[in-house]
Design a binder for this molecule. Structure first.
Ligand code: LLP
Length: 416
């Protein structure tokens, strides 16, 4: 959160006081720092300098085209999981030749568009998908570059909802079946086997599970080579964690350094798909305290941001740091649950927080740049938040606050 710091008791986004942004754009609003995004991306790019490599930002973490454009200008690639994400990348000026396409249920129309644009690689997750892709590619008279997403069966040691590398989940193909499926892929006329792919989970705070997965993939690559199938690239997915409170995840340099050490002199191109570690700490969500409701048992701060704006606390019991935008010089901190207007008991952004606040104060939810706006919804018919990007002392609106008219567009009542 280096780009969000207090200056004389006032929280600033880069050089701009956050309270000024709230005044101009209202609340709740997501605020991103261009510099933070760029530095997080460059941490990866620089650790890979001199190597054949691609850093494919995972669009799902934050798919605003303003965010994608900042990364595209630096030469980033993109990891997509839908046609919508692909069109966003193109609209943002991303290079389709640097796009990898993940996801368990790619539709024919999605495959077709990706083939027409000439993406770098499809990360295929099943035999049925291989067959569908081969058919679509042959109809277009094209050859699709593919990797198989292999499930290495390692425990990422993270929340079960965001752990994806174990045997019993829907992603990828089991490592024990991989050789057979690679041989099948190799036999299909309109597929070109290029890589091996995996993604074992998200918010990992240790390097060990990544390296365990890597060991298994390298064995697989050697077995494939013995069978005449040459793997050119290795895609290790995303998953590097960030600091939300007191976690100390490895830096991209440490992680990539360890991967490169293990690779030795193998001539493999490396692909990474970081999402959270690029976007999370480049963003905050600001919200206003509407009322304080203090009862015998509990103090509630009722805020105008809700689970529809930021669902991570409700969905994963995720802890997100919440800090005042302007620090009060008088008064005392009390313990609050920070709850929103949505009619659900799980509608909270934080629990048991010591805060010195009054109605009307602004709060910032930290590390909200990834899986924040992108997972927001219209639940309770609430308009989705505005998004702005700060660039030094400039503030750019990169998504207008939704209106009721926006919400109603496309809906209809029955005739008569
Ligand atoms: N590649 C693939 C194939 C993925 O499924 C994901 C994330 C990524 C890359 C990026 O992973 P990252 O570097 O962001 O960890 N909504 C959850 C996180 C879900 C992650 C899903 N896949 C959360 O808010 O914690």
């Amino acid at each position: 959160m280096d780009n969000f710091q207090y200056l004389n008791g006032r929280l600033c986004a880069e050089e701009v006081p956050v309270s000024r942004i709230a005044e101009e754009f209202g609340t709740p609003t997501y605020i991103y720092s261009r510099d933070a995004l760029e530095r997080a991306y460059l941490d990866y790019a620089q650790a890979l300098e001199g190597r054949d490599a691609l850093v494919c930002y995972a669009v799902k973490a934050n798919s605003n085209i303003g965010v994608l454009n900042v990364l595209a200008r630096l030469g980033a690639g993109f990891d997509i999981v839908s046609l919508g994400e692909l069109e966003r990348v193109i609209k943002a000026g991303g290079d389709p030749a640097k796009v990898v396409f993940s996801g368990v249920a790619k539709r024919e129309d999605e495959m077709r568009r990706a083939l027409e644009l000439g993406i770098h690689c499809f990360n295929v997750e099943s035999e049925a998908e291989l067959e569908r892709l081969n058919k679509v590619a042959s109809e277009l008279d094209k050859v699709a570059a593919i990797s198989l997403r292999v499930n290495p069966d390692v425990d990422a040691g993270t929340h079960p909802y965001i752990s994806t590398g174990l045997k019993d989940n829907k992603f990828g193909v089991a490592i024990d079946d991989a050789v057979r499926i690679y041989r099948y892929a190799h036999s299909l006329s309109h597929l070109d086997v290029q890589g091996v792919d995996c993604h074992i989970g998200s918010q990992l705070t240790e390097i060990a599970p990544f390296l365990d997965a890597l060991d298994r993939l390298l064995l697989l690559i050697d077995t494939l080579a013995e069978q005449g199938i040459t793997i050119k690239h290795l895609d290790l997915g995303g998953g590097l964690g960030v600091c939300y409170t007191d976690e100390v995840p490895p830096s991209p340099q440490e992680y990539i350094g360890a991967v490169i050490d293990k690779l030795g002199d193998r001539p493999l191109k490396l692909i990474f798909e970081p999402g959270r570690s690029i976007a999370a700490n480049a963003g905050i969500l600001i919200t206003k305290v509407e009322f304080l409701k203090c009862t015998e048992h509990k103090n509630f701060a009722i805020i105008d941001g809700a689970m529809n704006d930021l669902i991570r606390p409700a969905l994963y019991s995720a802890y997100m740091e919440i800090i005042p935008v302007d620090i009060r010089e008088e008064g005392e901190a009390r313990c609050f649950d920070l709850v929103g207007p949505v009619c659900e008991s799980s509608d909270f952004l934080g629990k048991d927080r010591q805060l010195n606040i009054e109605a009307g104060d602004l709060l910032a939810v930290c590390s909200a740049g990834a899986y924040g706006f992108g997972m927001s919804s219209n639940y309770n018919a609430r308009n989705r938040a505005a998004e702005v990007m700060v660039d030094d002392n400039q503030v750019h609106l990169i998504r207008k606050r939704e209106t009721i008219a926006d919400q109603l567009r496309g809906e209809a009542i029955l005739p008569g």
